[in-house]
Design a protein around this ligand. Structure first.
Ligand SMILES: [Zn+2]
Length: 272
């Protein structure tokens, strides 16, 4: 499933190729995605793409009077291709911009293409989203404040998009290792020092993945048509039973909220 780094890598690939271009046509081959593609999307021709932004895992194509909200779902990928490139079986949507097109391929059809007129911040998919982890808004003080009063395990807190948006399973495990924090610790018990280490670790972990081209388990294709991920070297993720890269202790796997958590029982403590 594409995570925040893949979406950000996609955004960085798309933005310079789309910005300033006029939408000349829209082609929908299969409207039945997570939500049906609405008739409004078909009427976008004539608008100019101002910018391509991101909020959480949503890509926001700014068309001036509204935004095209794109989500990759479980298996979606976006590529910029030459006009006339034959469409494959899973190529459900094209935004045509003169001699090139933005194409959504989505075998499992959990992705979405939504037209949002007006202020996109208020759109129902975005309004409830928490703080952006890569923004300056997520610093030690903010993370400390956000966690006050929460008894939920810190790993699950990090993955709750209403608090912090876009820290998926891999990056939550990796960030907690870097910060030396036990994933089972109650979020509300995070000390100021731990909040400082953890906010820095989240940014470091996400930026490292973005630099690597985005990591994912399958199906992501970058905006240039190259595979969008390189094998990343993880500290703990998917390394159950293997020696910790720092201390040699066997990495443990537990289940939290139906998802696997990986951690080093020696390096990661409940308190500092
Ligand atoms: Zn260790």
């Amino acid at each position: 499933m594409p995570e925040l780094p893949e979406v950000e890598v996609t955004r960085r690939g798309l933005a310079p190729r789309l910005a300033g271009r006029i939408i000349s046509a829209v082609e929908v081959r299969e409207a039945r995605l997570r939500w049906p593609i609405s008739a409004e999307v078909l009427r976008l021709a004539g608008r100019t793409v101002k910018a391509v932004r991101r909020r959480g895992k949503y890509l926001l194509v700014d068309c001036g009077d509204g935004h095209l909200i794109l989500h990759l779902g479980m298996s979606g990928s976006l590529r910029v291709l030459d006009l006339g490139t034959p469409a494959g079986k899973h190529d459900h949507f094209d935004l045509v911009l003169g001699d090139r097109l933005l194409r959504l391929r989505d075998p499992r059809r959990f992705g979405s293409v939504i037209w949002a007129p007006g202020d996109v911040k208020d759109h129902k998919l975005l309004a409830h989203l928490g703080v952006e982890p890569l923004s300056r808004a997520l610093d030690a003080a903010r993370l400390h404040a956000l966690t006050r009063g929460h008894r939920t395990a810190i790993k699950l807190f990090l993955m709750d998009a209403r608090r912090i948006v876009g820290v998926g399973n891999i990056y939550a495990s990796e960030s907690l290792f870097r910060a030396g924090i036990d994933p089972r610790m109650a979020a509300g018990r995070l000390s100021k020092e731990q909040a400082r280490k953890l906010s820095a670790a989240i940014k470091h972990t996400l930026l490292k993945a973005i630099r690597a081209g985005g990591s994912t388990l399958r199906d992501f294709v970058g905006a240039d048509g190259n595979p969008g991920y390189f094998q990343q070297r993880y500290w703990v993720y998917d390394r159950a039973g293997k020696p910790c890269r720092r201390c040699g202790t066997a990495i443990k796997r537990i289940v939290q909220g139906q998802r696997s958590t990986f951690f080093c029982p020696a390096c990661q403590k409940r308190s500092t």
